[in-house]
Design a protein around this ligand. Sequence first.
Ligand SMILES: Nc1ncnc2c1ncn2[C@@H]1O[C@H](COP(=O)(O)OP(=O)(O)OP(=O)(O)O)[C@@H](O)[C@H]1O
Ligand SMILES: [Mg+2]
Length: 466
Amino acid sequence: MNMQALVQFIRNRVSIKLGLLLLFVFLLILFSLGNILYSLFLTFYLSHVNEELVQRANSHANVLSDHFEPTTIQHVVRMEKGSRNMVVILDQKKQVIASSSPITSLHREYLKASENKQEGETSIEKDWNTKPFLVSYSPVLQNREVAGTVVMFSPTAPIREAVNILQQMLVISGIITVFVVAGILFIISRMLVRPLLEMKKATGEIAQGNYATRLPVRGGDEVAQLAASINHMSDRVRFYQKQRNEFLADVSHELRTPLTYLKGYSEILAHSQREGENAEYAKIIYEQSNRLQRLVQDLFDLARMEQGDFSFRMERFSLEDAVTDALSLVEVPVEEKGIRLEYRPFSTSLYVKGDRQRIGQVLLNVLENARRYTPSGGIIFVRMKRNEHYGIVEIEDTGPGIPEEDIPYIMERLYRVEKSRSQVTGGAGLGLAISKEIIEKHKGTLQVKSVEGEGTTFVIKLPLYN
Ligand SMILES: Nc1ncnc2c1ncn2[C@@H]1O[C@H](COP(=O)(O)OP(=O)(O)OP(=O)(O)O)[C@@H](O)[C@H]1O
Ligand SMILES: [Mg+2]
């Protein structure tokens, strides 16, 4: 996964976004708290260590102020013998009189530095990080005169060790908390996001027309309320869909009988009156009632197919035969319009199982569209192919094409790209809706590919049957 894909992945997931945000905030808090704790501890600890050292040096200096003599000096030196600290006692001229441990070159540096110290003042070297010792200088005063100096060395290694341990502990506990918190956040955000994912899936299915989809409603929070609303909406849509179908089926059913009479009698009228205005009118009535009858029949078929109570007469037939039948019907009108028809059959016969007449109707609908929308001088290609499971008929034209924004809707009933319903440019917008229903009832697919200004290809796929 490259960087861009990763960013996209994170962007598209609420759970990760939420988790990362919370984790970031938490880390910020953890980091600042850790920092504050660390500096507080360090300050207290160091000041404590320094103070202790200075106090000890001062108390030795006080004792020596009273008795600056060998026995007292030996006594002081003995006091520091076993301890971690080291004491060195200097005389007035900064010469070493006694020390509790052997003096090394490291110590000597500090002793030399004491020569430049302000006379009669206590001072301390407190760089614990880079220097080997903390060093405290306390003057031994006798009658306001400096008689000597008590120099106390305390090694800094144990301090650094303690600070190191503290840092390690902070880092380890930080890492552990980050993992624990990340885990908890991940679980929480998953819990929040999971119902949303379910809803996304369910609404997708509802949009596909699968209204039986149900969302579980857990509890009464906003997310549960949303799920309940979606369920409710799905019910309403299902209700309206059913009502619309029933209405269409009823209306078209009721219209059929009067239409048959209208058509029949106008036909008789048109034939019996051979001349004059009345004959003209009778002919118009006949043509229009014919048109109306086709429309009503289409609506009726569509409503019944969508309701599922439409029976097909299933048989095994050669797809090629169905194609040539349909072609023979459109051949003449196509050529009359000045359009060339090119047909390429498949090398062997492809057998499918279905209602041959209905499949023929689909082929005719698509071919009729190609003829209707392709201007003269164009070409209609009809090709047959197959893949592993499907027999395929492709009908391609060099017509005006379908605008991209219309493509998703052209198979909806009554949808037309050209919105004016003039008789010249087209019909009612039912042909593809019916075709799609028929093909889907046969477990096949009807697809359209179109480039505006170049042409349109309809691809019909039907499951093979051998
Ligand atoms: N080959 C094509 N080239 C360009 N546009 C097409 C083509 N086939 C279909 N269309 C567009 O899709 C719309 C829907 O087609 P459909 O066959 O469903 O309806 P219709 O042809 O207008 O009417 P009906 O088929 O009911 O007489 C058409 O109105 C047309 O705008
Ligand atoms: Mg049509």
